[in-house]
Structure formats: C-alpha cells, structure tokens
Design a protein. Structure first.
Length: 279
C-alpha cells in the first residue's frame, strides 16, 4: 500500500475540497469523478454519466431502495439515483460540497449530511445498498471504511466502490515521483492495490461478487482535464492568480493532475470497480 509521507487528517480532506471548490465545479462539473469511455467518441459529460450508470447497475438500485452515497460530492450521482425512485442519503466531509448538494435537493430526496463517514450515526442495517465513487482513498483507515459500510448495510446488500488504485508492483521512481506525491497532494492517506481492497473488504464481512479493472475506459479523463485546465488558465485569470497565492494550501493540485495523467500512462495507477455483498 502506497502511503502519504505526511499524515492526512479529515480536516485536510475537507479543506482540500473547500478551497478548491471553484476549481472542481468549473473544471470537473457536478460529477467530481472519472468518466467512462465505452465507444470512445463520448463527450466527457456523457462519460461521467456512464460511470454513474455502471455503479447504479452494479449496486442493483431500484425504486424504493434505501441507498447511501459515501463521499457524495456535489450530489450529482445521488440525484441520479433519486430520480430513479431510490431513497438516497449522501454524506460528504466538505461543507462547500454539502452546501451545493443541499441547495439542489428536492423534497428531502436525496438527503445530504455533512460529516465524517468513519464517525457517522446512521442506524445499523438501515441501507439496502451503498456506493462510494472515489471517496475510499480519502479515508484515514481503509479497514474502518469497510467496517462502517458493513455496519449500516443489511445482510445481502451490495457495496459498490470505485477506487483509484496502485499497480501491484510500481517502480521505485513511480512511487517517489508520482504515487506518493499524488497521495500527499491529493489528500489521500493511501493508494491500495486491488488485492488489498479485496482483503480488507473480506475481513469486514463482504463477499466479492465482481471486480472490474476499467483503467483503459477512464484514463482519458485526465487528458480532458489537462486540456480544460489549460483553457481556464488562458481565459479565467483567477485560476492563474490562485496558483500564485502563497496562502493557498492546495494550489499544488494543479501539478498533481499532471502526475495522475502520467501515472496512468505508464501503468503505475489503475482504476477499479468492486461489487461487494455483505454476508
């Protein structure tokens, strides 16, 4: 497991998303996650919806189900599931994301909570399914992430996790120049391998139903983001000003984007979708 050389606490994760709120919303949009290119000619907007659709299908979401969106961001996927009739609760640690998500909620569905997943007060066995799209990487203890999911899910319920992963055997240079800085700068305590995810999930009481390595389908996200970012630097002066603001603690993330792009290109990073069932 690749770990940040400096401790990453929950406050740092919240600060990352709060300080970069305008950056994420302008460059990423409402869906703050990878896109999935199936045909290859999709727009990025179509691609991010395809990833959300894949997650919904793997979780088996149907009308009337109670679903938890762990690390819900701005609530875009939660709203998609709610529109299909599910009763959705989203949780985010970022007050900025919570404010945006809450402002878009209709008739209390989805319902959003601003809080720490590892210290949530959801009732035991209260959800029929749960999803976590690129949020498990931010958890200080990956084992606790799975333990909390096992606590709030009913027996037989599915947990679908989309995760940034380390390759099984990255080179020493890839760790030094790409993976460890990605963890530290992206406020992720660790990047685990697919095998480590599966072991921790099993220890928490989950059965692996399916694992899909969809790296090839998602890695175009980063070339698209690099292009958008360069356009923003030219057309929106506040982006450049932010890069040169000394007190901006997360401005280094502009470099992190390039590191992630390179890590995918050389195979040091992977992207996986885990479909797990609570025993």
């Amino acid at each position: 497991m690749i770990a940040s050389r400096t401790p990453i606490h929950r406050e740092a994760v919240a600060s990352h998303y709060d300080e970069l709120d305008h950056f994420y919303r302008d460059v990423w949009g409402d869906h703050v996650h990878h896109g999935l290119w199936v045909r290859g000619d999709e727009t990025r907007e179509e691609a991010v919806l395809q990833l959300a659709d894949l997650v919904a299908a793997r979780a088996g979401v149907t009308a009337g189900m109670r679903v938890c969106d762990i690390g819900c961001g701005y609530g875009a996927t939660a709203r998609l599931l709610a529109a299909r009739g599910a009763e959705v609760t989203g949780i985010t640690i970022s007050p900025a994301q919570f404010a945006v998500a809450s402002s878009s909620a209709a008739h209390n569905n989805p319902r959003f909570v601003c809080g720490d997943w590892l210290q949530n007060d959801f009732a035991a066995e209260s959800f029929d399914a749960a999803i976590a799209i690129e949020s498990s990487e931010h958890m200080p203890e990956l084992s606790a992430f799975f333990q909390q999911a096992a606590l709030v899910l009913k027996p037989g319920a599915r947990l679908v996790v989309c995760a940034w992963l380390s390759a099984d055997q990255p080179t020493r240079n890839a760790i030094k120049w790409l993976l460890e800085p990605i963890c530290r700068e992206g406020r992720m305590p660790q990047l685990a391998t697919s095998g480590e995810y599966q072991s921790l999930a099993a220890a928490a009481g989950f059965r692996m139903e399916r694992f899909e390595d969809i790296t090839r389908g998602v890695r175009r996200t980063w070339s698209a983001i690099v292009r958008r970012l360069l356009v923003k630097f030219v057309t929106a002066p506040r982006f450049l000003r932010f890069l040169f603001t000394p007190h901006a603690q997360n401005r280094i993330f502009a470099l992190t984007i390039l590191r992630v792009w390179m890590a995918y290109r050389i195979g040091a990073m992977r992207y996986g979708v885990f479909t797990l069932v609570k025993r």
